[in-house]
Write a protein that binds this ligand. Structure first.
Ligand SMILES: Cc1cc2nc3c(=O)[nH]c(=O)nc-3n(C[C@H](O)[C@H](O)[C@H](O)COP(=O)(O)O)c2cc1C
Length: 407
């Protein structure tokens, strides 16, 4: 019986207060069948001790290049890894990695690793926003590392702001996706800004009622997560999904079609690509009743007059904020799916249109999807029934080669 080797993951932990959260990431990695070698820095050991890392990983732990020298750990650990993830990554660690310093085991490992590298920075907002840190992050991203954007929230002490380590489950999800793409898969969206819309808009009728649709937002979230794992800076404009914010993604929460339009138009100003996966209402009530609409005494029902909402996809395609910006739409069809899809692609003027059939238990709310991606050059890419994340990867596979060359 052949034994399949476990993927080898190096978990680098640097000296931030969020080091304790890396224990949860470690647990998720080991429980899902990864062989994890934890390489903390000396500062990290002030927060969580060696015994914890060693017991949870089942592997020896060292910060030093001077221990077990005959095994040449400063070279071997990095060389043998399938993935290196540094969580939390301090401002200091980002600086060292960007400049190629190698004064401890983790920094040596980062220089010898030829596998994908993920950094999950965590620090005070001022440290994160400092031009030095931002330039270091840009350098690392340019070289192909995936640097997850920190979350916004409570920091050490009483401060709140951007700089919080994303939820370990979210970092794990990024690692899983990066590993799934394989050793040779470089982050082909590194340095790119992409905008994704997700969910379904709600058009208020009165303070308690709205016109909505059945979109869950899961496909849009899958697209946002996939883009982040491929190195992109992602803005996700979400409407009414209730799904927690994905790691490393800037999320803008909206309710109505008009709010979604405003948020998307703002976000695309410097975007390389925009994927409109949200189900945007075509119509909204012409009048919003400020009080709850009451039942009529004569048993009759009110008539609701509707007006058209703007066609955001057509607008994005016709008036591209950045020359060469790639515009992708989604079309949910119930019949004549492909013929309607081709006609919609032509009418909207977008580059790619993901066409899927909707109906009972199909697409909306489900974890799976089946679609055909139509391209403006006539190419058609069928995506067989499978997880929404597989469709998300196919969309980015098709977007990446269409992105304009950067200087
Ligand atoms: C209580 C405490 C919390 C800290 N939290 C952070 C942090 O969240 N992020 C960060 O970049 N530095 C933080 N620091 C500063 C780092 O520990 C310091 O820059 C250290 O030199 C980092 O070393 P390393 O990158 O080798 O782990 C903290 C320091 C202390 C004393």
């Amino acid at each position: 019986m052949s034994v399949v080797a476990k993927p080898k993951v190096v978990l680098g932990v640097s000296g931030g207060i969020a080091a304790y959260k890396a224990c949860e990431l470690l647990r998720r990695l080991t429980e899902s069948g990864h062989d994890v070698r934890v390489v903390p820095t000396d500062s990290a050991l002030h927060f969580v001790g060696e015994a914890t890392w060693s017991a949870l990983s089942g592997n020896p732990v060292s910060t030093e290049v001077w221990e077990t020298v005959h095994e040449v750990p400063h070279v071997r650990i990095g060389q043998g890894a399938d993935l290196v993830v540094v969580a939390p990554a301090t401002a200091d660690m980002l600086a060292k990695a960007a400049h190629g310093l190698a004064d401890d085991l983790l920094t040596n490992t980062l220089l010898t690793a030829r596998c994908p590298v993920v950094f999950a920075p965590a620090m005070h907002t001022e440290m994160w926003e400092h031009p030095a840190t931002q330039e270091n992050v840009a350098t690392l991203r340019r070289r192909g590392a995936v640097v997850i954007e920190p979350a916004v929230g409570r920091l050490t002490g009483v401060d709140t702001g951007k700089g919080r380590l994303p939820d370990p489950a979210e970092i794990f999800e990024v690692c899983r996706r990066v590993l799934a793409r394989g050793a040779d898969a470089r982050p082909d969206l590194a340095g790119r800004h992409v905008v994704v819309s997700a969910g379904g808009t709600r058009e208020p009728l009165d303070p308690v009622r709205y016109l909505g649709n059945r979109s869950s937002g899961k496909q849009g979230y899958a697209l946002a997560r996939a883009a982040a794992a491929r190195g992109a800076r992602v803005t996700l404009v979400e409407a009414n999904t209730g799904i927690p914010d994905p790691a490393g993604v800037d999320v803008v929460h909206v309710g109505t079609a008009l709010q979604l339009r405003e948020a998307v138009l703002k976000a695309v100003a410097d975007a390389d690509a925009v994927v409109m996966a949200a189900a945007v209402a075509d119509f909204r009530p012409a009048v919003y009743a400020s009080g709850k609409i009451k039942k009529k005494d004569d048993g009759g029902a009110p008539t609701v007059e509707l007006v058209r909402n703007p066609d955001i996809l057509a607008e994005l395609a016709a008036d591209r904020a950045v020359p060469g910006q790639v515009v992708v739409g989604f079309a949910a069809e119930t019949d004549d799916v492909l013929a309607n899809g081709r006609e919609k692609l032509r009418r909207k003027g977008c580059d790619l249109l993901v066409v899927n059939e909707v109906g009972e238990r199909k697409t909306f709310g489900s974890e799976e999807n089946e679609a055909v991606v139509l391209a403006s050059d006539g190419a058609e890419t069928p995506v067989p029934y499978g997880p929404k994340e597989a469709l998300a990867e196919t969309v980015w596979d098709l977007v990446a080669p269409r992105l304009r060359a950067t200087t």
